[in-house]
Design a protein around this ligand. Structure first.
Ligand SMILES: Cc1cc2nc3c(=O)[nH]c(=O)nc-3n(C[C@H](O)[C@H](O)[C@H](O)COP(=O)(O)OP(=O)(O)OC[C@H]3O[C@@H](n4cnc5c(N)ncnc54)[C@H](O)[C@@H]3O)c2cc1C
Ligand code: SF4
Length: 505
């Protein structure tokens, strides 16, 4: 020790900052043991139409976490995140955050001069994606290439430098139709929590907000998804035990009597930060290693988690804050019909769409193919405004977060970015829905008909869509074949006129 150091007064230890955790950061991997502030902000429900069950889930998750944290945690109810933090002096060095969960949160963190730690809750770091994406044209940002690189870098499902089973993807094994004649996949009901006193209090809060004039989407119902770490782990165990084996083959299939199929529904606890995607990956890979789960199911799920989920997260930041509002490559300008905002399946004749809409109303959740090939496909064909559609999805789905929406809705389902996320528009006629589901059997429309009173709105809608966007997709070589089919259609004009005049779908 130098004399000078010995003479100086002992340094006053700097108070450790308080960490603000958002409702998407509630698991143990966001907690390093210090003081934590959680903010319950009801104004977000007023600003953005939200499903009642999503509001319930978020409040229940925050309140359960606050109870678990005990004296280390403070749960504040406020109308503004900024006011809540400033009022407590949580600015500058007094405030710490773990990454940011949206552009708006990042802007607020910068305004408050909070210290921002690296992101958690995803498999790959922002810098890893940035160095991979650097010098790539937007058309080269292909999920599958990123996924392979992550597999190689992490060694997940690899034997040395070779993918386990000899191939990176088992997608071709994972496109089975639903079993013939089946009403359900025959799996046990998906895991659901037992509500407790916190759920009772949350329901009272939401009832009061409704009495005060707040309008939620959808219906109230029992809480269906995990709101605590223990519940999330139970949901994961249940998925592995009852559904993992069937996950791969029936990934793309739909049944009217089985709204969940073999999907995990784990996006919900993952998006609340209660589960880390890597812990799911480790569990399912171990199941395969123990001979209890087939490789096509395990690889299929791993691709969703270390491929799609991370990919969509990184694209959110890579594509910038204006991506949603500035992307409209197909010039889609129609407002969403009233029945969409009312989630009113009964107002819709198309059995597939009516059914999925009713499920969203009663649960705030639908699986990927229902989202992409029924809801998204219909919206794409009818030219719904992608920005309004993004707001709809984010409000109506319990797992809807700001970061997950843009690439999925604007990019993948609406092709509004002109080909950054998806190489071609995900448009399909009724034949696809008929092949992959049992909806058409009970429908008043006929998937093979494109003209007449029973013309399927998806089949006719597909051709009317191609007719409308033809000039904008002519240069896309993957659309050459469908466009050639369109040009051969003898009844093209009648279909276009019929769909323009369609009032019931
Ligand atoms: C139009 C549209 C809207 C969507 N909205 C959301 C949303 O609000 N929240 C959300 O988390 N996902 C969303 N997705 C992606 C995907 O549909 C859901 O993650 C999945 O359906 C959630 O159900 P699950 O947990 O049973 O998924 P599983 O089929 O069991 O898949 C396992 C996990 O993979 C991840 N995953 C798979 N695909 C994607 C993807 N494209 N983007 C992000 N993660 C993915 C999810 O975390 C999911 O839990 C959307 C996709 C589309 C096309
Ligand atoms: S006939 Fe058309 S509208 Fe009816 S369920 Fe089949 S695809 Fe959907």
């Amino acid at each position: 020790m130098t004399d000078a150091a010995a003479a100086s007064p002992p340094a006053v230890p700097r108070a450790t900052p308080t960490r603000w955790l958002t409702a998407e950061q509630l698991g143990p991997h966001f907690d390093d043991g210090g003081s934590i502030i959680l903010i319950e902000n009801h104004r977000v429900f007023r600003r953005r139409a939200t499903h009642r069950q999503k509001a319930h889930l978020y409040l229940a998750a925050l309140r359960h976490r606050a109870r678990e944290l005990g004296h280390r945690g403070e749960l504040v109810t406020a109308e503004s995140y900024e006011d809540a933090l400033r009022e407590r002096g949580l600015i500058g060095g007094a405030l710490e955050m773990v990454g940011a969960t949206s552009w708006a949160v990042r802007a607020l963190a910068e305004q408050l001069e909070a210290s921002i730690l690296p992101d958690r809750g995803f498999v790959t770091a922002r810098e890893e994606f940035a160095s991979w994406a650097a010098e790539k044209k937007p058309s080269q940002l292909v999920m599958d290439r990123y996924y392979r690189e992550v597999r190689q870098r992490t060694g997940i499902l690899m034997e040395g430098d070779r993918p386990l089973g000899g191939q990176f993807s088992f997608d071709h094994d994972n496109r089975e139709r639903p079993p013939k004649g089946a009403v359900t996949l025959g799996l046990p009901a998906p895991w659901a929590p037992l509500e407790d006193d916190i759920d009772v209090e949350v329901r009272e809060t939401l009832d009061r907000l409704e009495r005060e004039g707040m309008a939620f989407l959808g219906t109230d119902g029992p809480r269906r998804f995990a709101a605590t770490r223990a519940e999330a782990l139970a949901a994961l165990d249940d998925f592995i035990e009852t559904r993992l084996g069937d996950f791969g083959p029936y990934e793309d299939a739909m049944l009217a009597g089985d709204g969940v199929m073999a999907h995990s529904r784990l996006s919900v606890p993952m998006n609340l930060g209660l589960l880390h995607p890597l812990e799911i990956v480790e569990r399912v890979v171990a199941e395969h290693a123990a001979g209890r789960a087939p490789l096509n199911s395990v690889e299929g799920l791993v691709r969703q988690l270390i491929g799609w989920r991370d990919w969509v997260w990184h694209l959110y930041w890579h594509l910038g804050p204006e991506y949603t509002t500035s992307s409209n490559a197909l010039d889609a300008r129609s407002r969403l019909p009233e029945e969409w905002w009312a989630l009113d399946g009964a107002a819709i004749d198309a059995a597939c769409l009516s059914h999925v809409m009713a499920q969203v109303r009663s649960e705030g959740w639908a699986h990927h193919i229902q989202r992409l090939m029924v809801l998204g496909n219909h919206a794409l064909q009818r030219g719904y405004d992608p920005e309004e559609l993004t707001r709809w999805f984010q409000g109506a789905f319990v797992d809807g977060t700001p970061w997950v929406m843009p690439a999925n809705v604007v990019g993948m389902s609406q092709w509004a970015d002109g080909g950054v996320v998806a190489t071609k528009p995900y448009a399909s006629g009724g034949a696809y829905i008929d092949r992959m589901s049992d909806f058409c059997g009970s429908c008043r429309f006929d998937p093979t008909k494109r003209l007449g009173p029973d013309a399927c709105p998806f089949t006719a809608g597909y051709w009317a869509f191609l007719d409308r966007v033809e000039p904008r997709i002519r240069g896309n070589h993957r659309m050459a074949q469908p466009l050639a089919g369109l040009r051969r259609l003898a009844d093209r004009e009648q279909i276009v006129a019929q769909e323009a005049a369609r009032s019931r779908y």
